[in-house]
Write a protein that binds this ligand. Structure first.
Ligand SMILES: CC(C)(COP(=O)(O)OP(=O)(O)OC[C@H]1O[C@@H](n2cnc3c(N)ncnc32)[C@H](O)[C@@H]1OP(=O)(O)O)[C@@H](O)C(=O)NCCC(=O)NCCS
Length: 179
């Protein structure tokens, strides 16, 4: 379980599906997470898409609030963040993040992602991290642009309407002990 200033990033548990599906069933949020048609998503989507994605991820965290508590005393579920390392040899992690609409626009996405990116570089010894941003997702692009991780960041446009962002660690600085 990881902590940032305002968040606890904990492991997934079955009761979280309710929140994850709520997130995916917001049309705007789904539109920014998914290239396919925007439609209501239920158990089949969990089984065919979400669960395999989660199982393939090297790091999958549920983002919860430190301040706002559920009835059981645990932090309210805000969303998720995952990192998949498709080919460990290449030391590249691929990121995905989603927050429930009521938690968007308050800096939580930036806070969670800063932690996960830093964790990937420090603990998993990755050299690069990437993510895809769908056209029109201005909030996501703003977050990734302002993150100011002590690494190089570059955007480039790919097929369809996706812009790919890749954070690249500065290996010379790492070799010299800098971060
Ligand atoms: C993308 C997402 C993770 C960002 O997290 P967040 O907590 O909402 O973002 P933050 O509050 O940290 O930052 C949002 C930034 O976008 C800016 N922003 C929001 N809407 C904007 C717009 N239409 N145009 C330009 N900038 C915009 C905000 O001003 C803010 O920047 P600032 O802090 O410099 O003012 C979250 O909004 C989300 O889950 N969206 C739906 C799913 C999604 O898009 N996932 C990412 C797929 S790449």
């Amino acid at each position: 379980m990881f902590e940032t200033d305002r968040l606890i990033l904990r492991a997934f548990r079955e009761s979280d599906w309710e929140y994850i599906l709520k997130l995916w069933n917001n049309p705007t949020t789904q539109r920014f997470l998914w290239l396919d048609y925007v439609t209501p998503r239920g158990d089949k989507f969990v089984k065919d898409v979400l669960k395999p994605g989660m199982e393939n991820a090297t790091l999958y965290v549920i983002i919860t609030s430190k301040d706002k508590r559920q009835a059981n005393g645990e932090g309210e579920v805000m969303g998720y963040c995952e990192m998949a390392i498709a080919n460990p040899k290449n030391r590249e992690g691929h990121l995905e993040i989603g927050l429930l609409p009521e938690w968007q626009g308050m800096g939580y996405g930036t806070e969670a992602l800063r932690f996960v990116v830093d964790h990937g570089f420090r603990e998993f010894q990755l050299h690069r991290m990437s993510l895809g941003v769908l056209e029109g997702n201005a909030a996501a692009r703003a977050v990734y642009t302002k993150m100011q991780v002590p690494k190089f960041a570059e955007f480039w446009i790919c097929a369809n309407d996706i812009a790919w962002l890749r954070f690249t660690v500065d290996l010379k600085r790492r070799a010299g002990g800098g971060r």
